[in-house]
Design a protein around this ligand. Structure first.
Ligand SMILES: [Zn+2]
Length: 257
């Protein structure tokens, strides 16, 4: 039977607190322990969607105490580096292609900021999936050896890190595998929230935790099947993205007509 993990991205003091509070109540109801990806020093204006919450870091501490897994979500979430990511979905990212010196500075600063607020990041979530071998090397040297990214059916070990694949952006019934679903509380539509609620009601017992995943999959090597899945899944994402854009364009034309 499929197992699921939930991951919520773009946590920072100016996130949409209202939407998150609603989500957190739902997760607590089913005792789900998700990954929350925190931006240490947000400088991305697109993540300033609400007034700064002075209690943000205390709230993050409460989530951590409640068993949520804190992820290091880059440093400032400013994506202006051009390079080749190991999960190549975007051209400009915060890390892929940057020098080791720059990456070390960003990662070290990010970890220090989170630690200064009482948080211990356990896992890496790259803004826009952008990271390379250097990122993984530096993360490992600074104590982060789990990555939430990549496409495969099951977690695998590569470059000295445990990759917990993140393949989905909305919940849906899947066959065998460990599936991480990435949600963005800032932009979560009411319809998607209702869908998530219905899915949790039916499948909450299939939700696992990062700790369980680590215990079960830490020694699994990346297989040929994983590489085939990766190539297939990436093409699928490109096609879906294209279809989505065409649909949005058609809607825009229909609205303008
Ligand atoms: Zn992000």
């Amino acid at each position: 039977m499929a197992e699921y993990l939930l991951r919520f991205d773009d946590f920072c003091p100016t996130m949409n607190h209202e939407k998150w509070t609603k989500l957190a109540d739902l997760l607590d109801h089913y005792s789900i322990k998700p990954i929350v990806a925190v931006v240490p020093d947000n400088q991305d204006s697109s993540l300033r969607v609400a007034p700064e919450d002075p209690s943000f870091w205390n709230r993050m501490n409460r989530l951590q105490a409640n068993g949520y897994v804190i992820a290091l979500h880059g440093y400032q979430h400013v994506c202006n580096v051009r390079g080749h990511s190991m999960v190549p979905l975007h051209r400009l990212t915060e890390f892929a292609g940057a020098s080791e010196l720059e990456q070390r500075y960003k990662i070290e600063s990010g970890i220090h900021i989170l630690q200064s607020h009482g948080l211990t990041p356990q896992i890496w979530v790259a803004p826009r999936h952008g990271f390379d071998h250097t990122t993984i090397k530096v993360l490992g040297q600074l104590g982060i050896t789990t990555i939430s990214d990549g496409f495969a059916r099951y977690p695998f070990r590569l470059d000295g890190a445990l990759w917990v694949p993140q393949q989905l952006w909305d919940v849906r019934e899947m066959a065998e595998g460990v599936w991480t679903v990435c949600c963005h509380p800032n932009t979560l539509a009411e319809r998607s929230f209702d869908h998530l609620r219905a899915f949790l009601q039916a499948h909450h017992s299939q939700f696992t935790t990062v700790e369980e995943v680590r215990q079960r999959w830490s020694n699994r090597r990346r297989s040929l099947g994983d590489r085939i899945f990766d190539s297939f899944w990436r093409k699928r994402i490109v096609v879906r993205d294209l279809l989505y854009r065409v649909r949005q364009q058609n809607l825009a034309w229909a609205a303008g007509a």
